[in-house]
Design a protein around this ligand. Structure first.
Ligand SMILES: Nc1ncnc2c1ncn2[C@@H]1O[C@H](COP(=O)(O)OP(=O)(O)OP(=O)(O)O)[C@@H](O)[C@H]1O
Ligand SMILES: [Mg+2]
Length: 367
């Protein structure tokens, strides 16, 4: 229960209420709003000048559950503690909140209204989702790793036998079959290695690396595929001011190989893949938690098939693939590596138009 001397706000308590991080809303016995602090404005998107003196139900027009809670608090003196719900903000965006209510009494013990404390819980949901994602990944990782171990040995046997057979076969047409067995065994083996790598990633060995050298090496490795697919527009726009990045060159190479390979696979003949690097100043960064740091941004832009909206959030999930011969591990492994490096990904894609995959790596950690 909350006791206040009067519902008239003395200056000091007004300042205290205004500076609280939680939204504080007070109503009188008729449910007219008397207090609506700054945090309440931020959480609800409603200004206090609009809310104060209005009836609670006229301000929270779309939140019936909140009316019920307030009614129960005022009429039955019920107290609600950290009640989870979602309120509709002024422009229709839902926001998760936890609500605590209490009736308010004066010194004589007469009830003079009620108070609601609103806590913004919208950030808790993503954290829970992230933790569920981690659990799922850990499970997939362990399961897949044991499976990969079991598959790798017989696979080696199959490959060896096909090689022996190939040596003994005189007829060329039959040798095509054994070659196919060998090729497909190699492909399966590399998938198994990806799975093992995903489940037990190697520790990063951070040294100053030149990101442009890594990108050039990747493009050199991919040159045959680029030529075979008839892609003649590979454009590099490197920012020479990017300093060396503290990272594991082998693992970063794997990341950019995966990303560039995806772009090459996405574009058609005469497609274009553009690799742009720049130093990302603060204003380029939307994510609040990364503000204040300096990042190297490596952007791989293609004008390929694009990613349908409903797939965007799945592309980092292990084994998610839309390709006939894809393992769906490329981006899952890359995400893990980039996170290990303290960086993050950004994806922007329009189906039918193309995709932009950006990797942001911190450059402030050296020395
Ligand atoms: N540049 C891109 N353009 C279009 N789709 C893409 C692009 N990059 C990724 N994707 C989509 O994301 C999916 C997952 O990519 P990821 O690299 O993890 O696996 P994959 O390419 O299917 O298989 P793998 O890389 O293991 O051979 C792809 O199957 C594709 O649907
Ligand atoms: Mg891939």
């Amino acid at each position: 229960m909350v006791y206040v001397v009067s519902m008239e706000k003395p200056d000091i308590s007004e300042n205290i209420i205004e500076s609280l991080a939680q939204g504080v809303i007070a109503v009188d016995n008729l449910m007219n709003i008397t207090v609506f602090n700054q945090a309440a404005e931020k959480i609800t998107g409603i200004s206090s000048s609009y809310a104060v003196k209005r009836h609670f139900t006229d301000v929270f027009t779309r939140d019936r559950w909140l009316h019920d809670i307030m009614n129960a608090t005022i009429k039955k003196c019920n107290v609600f503690t950290e009640y989870e719900g979602s309120i509709v903000q002024r422009y229709g965006t839902p926001r998760s909140v936890s609500v605590t209510t209490a009736p308010v009494f004066n010194t004589k013990g007469d009830m003079i209204g009620a108070v609601v404390i609103l806590k913004d819980t919208s950030h808790i949901k993503p954290l829970e989702q992230e933790s569920a994602r981690r659990d799922r990944l850990a499970f997939i990782g362990t399961f897949a790793a044991s499976l990969a171990h079991e598959v790798k040995n017989p696979l080696g046997g199959i490959r060896g036998a096909a090689q022996l057979l190939s040596k003994r076969l005189k007829e060329k047409t039959f040798r095509e079959y054994t070659d196919l067995i060998i090729r497909e065994s190699d492909r399966l083996n590399s998938i198994m290695e990806d799975i093992l790598e995903f489940a037990n990633p190697k520790k990063i060995n951070p040294l100053p690396v030149n990101i442009h050298k890594i990108l050039d090496d990747v493009l050199m490795l991919q040159q045959c595929t680029i030529d075979a697919r008839g892609i003649n527009n590979i454009i590099r726009e490197y920012d020479p001011s990017i300093p060396p990045i503290l990272g594991d060159s082998e693992q970063l190479m794997q990341v950019f190989l995966n990303i560039i390979k995806n772009s090459i696979e996405a574009v058609g003949k005469n497609g274009e893949v553009r690799i742009i690097t720049r130093v990302a100043a603060d204003f380029h960064l939307i994510e609040e938690r990364y503000r204040g740091g300096k990042f190297a941004e490596i952007e791989v832009r293609d004008n390929g098939c694009g990613i349908p909206e409903e797939y965007i959030e799945k592309i980092f999930t292990p084994f998610f693939t839309t390709k006939k011969k894809g393992s769906g591990l490329g981006l899952a492994i890359s995400l893990k590596i980039i996170k290990e490096h303290g960086g993050f990904f950004r994806i922007d894609s329009t189906q039918g138009k193309g995709t932009v995959v950006s990797v942001l790596l911190p450059i402030t950690r050296e020395g």
